[in-house]
Design a protein around this ligand. Structure first.
Ligand SMILES: Cc1cc2nc3c(=O)[nH]c(=O)nc-3n(C[C@H](O)[C@H](O)[C@H](O)COP(=O)(O)O)c2cc1C
Length: 328
């Protein structure tokens, strides 16, 4: 059996078990399509598609469909605290199902409504987890696989290593996907060798011509080493991996004392996170598309270590497939 014929590849209907993870604000339609077209799975980040890349959801999905007829995935950040947000996400999800999406990646809250709708349509849901407690909860809600977000990941990083996660979740009986720190073919092959059914990469796909991120952002990824990636609470209230810049050094990586108290409070934490999120969504969009400002905020994982050239997304997928086939 080919090293690539994993349970993830089968469930998603793809040739190479490699997901281009959802990225606010970097998931532009051309990037999603390029990864799918080359045999991986591009994941649509709907908030990014609509608010950063200016496409109404159905039209954006149709545009991606005009670029590739291969499977694509859809990201749902499950957030109950804002009712309008949840309702809009449900509407969007139904549009995605109508457009033929059969693979969802859920993150944060309870994925049950996504599971119910996706299973009724015959597809699968994989949930982002950082530790066993969340994995068990998500499995109780019926998810089909787990995206194991490790401590080297871009975005909201976990606390455990890729090895610790596969060790701790390996007996749960569902496919595990490694997310974090993988930036090249040998990292991809190593993750499959550890027992993962696939890899979700984010940062590697920002440094591609298809990604619309600003060239300075891409150059920052090429120039950064793992130790330049630090965790900051100042974007969303929970630790988020960014490249150290003079701006990050100036504002620091911790929430202030009042914000911290509000972030911990049972009643206040949701609106505090929303406040942070709204502010940081604006800043991230600006930094990603327009390049250096007085506030450079460039999200990236420790996978920057293995990324030293801008490569077409299809070439990234091809190199990963080749390394896995060669057992590198
Ligand atoms: C810029 C950026 C934005 C991200 N945004 C999201 C997001 O909106 N939703 C999500 O589920 N994960 C998000 N992630 C996590 C990625 O989907 C993926 O799990 C992660 O990038 C893997 O680590 P890597 O960057 O080292 O490859 C983001 C990651 C990055 C780098």
């Amino acid at each position: 059996m080919s090293a690539l014929a994993t349970p993830l590849a089968k469930a998603a209907g793809i040739e190479v078990p490699l997901l281009c993870g959802a990225m606010y604000p970097c998931s532009n339609p051309e990037l999603v399509a390029a990864v799918s077209e080359s045999g991986g799975l591009g994941i649509v980040q709907p908030i990014s598609l609509v608010y950063v890349h200016g496409r109404e959801l159905a039209e954006g999905l149709a545009y991606i469909r005009s670029l590739t007829s291969k499977p694509i995935g859809f990201n749902v950040i499950v957030e109950k605290s804002a009712r309008a947000y949840e309702e809009r996400m449900k509407r969007w999800f139904d549009v995605a199902l109508g457009a033929g999406v059969r693979f969802a990646v859920t993150a944060l809250g309870n994925p049950r409504w996504v599971v119910e709708r996706m299973h009724a349509a015959g597809g699968v849901v994989y949930h982002d987890v950082t530790e066993r407690k969340w994995a068990e909860k998500a499995l109780a809600e019926g998810v089909d696989g787990l995206i194991c977000v490790n401590r080297r990941a871009g975005g909201h990083a976990g606390r455990l290593s890729a090895e610790e996660l596969v060790e701790s979740l390996g007996d749960l009986g569902v496919p595990l996907v490694c997310a974090g720190g993988v930036g090249d073919g040998s990292g991809f092959a190593a993750a499959l060798g550890m027992g993962y059914a696939g890899v979700q990469m984010g940062t590697r796909f920002i440094a591609t011509p298809e990604c619309r991120a600003h060239d300075d952002y891409k150059r920052a990824i090429l120039g950064a080493r793992a130790e330049d990636v630090v965790l900051t609470e100042r974007l969303s209230g929970v630790p988020c991996a960014v490249i150290r810049t003079p701006y990050i050094d100036r504002v620091g990586t911790h929430a202030g004392p009042l914000a911290r108290r509000l972030l911990r409070g049972r009643r206040t934490k949701h609106w505090m996170r929303t406040l942070y999120a709204l502010r940081s969504l604006r800043e991230l969009k600006k930094a990603s598309l327009e390049g250096p400002t007085y506030k450079d905020v460039w999200q990236a994982g420790k996978s920057v270590d293995a990324i030293d050239a801008i490569l077409p997304a299809g070439e990234v997928v091809r190199r990963c497939a080749e390394a896995a086939r060669a057992g590198a």
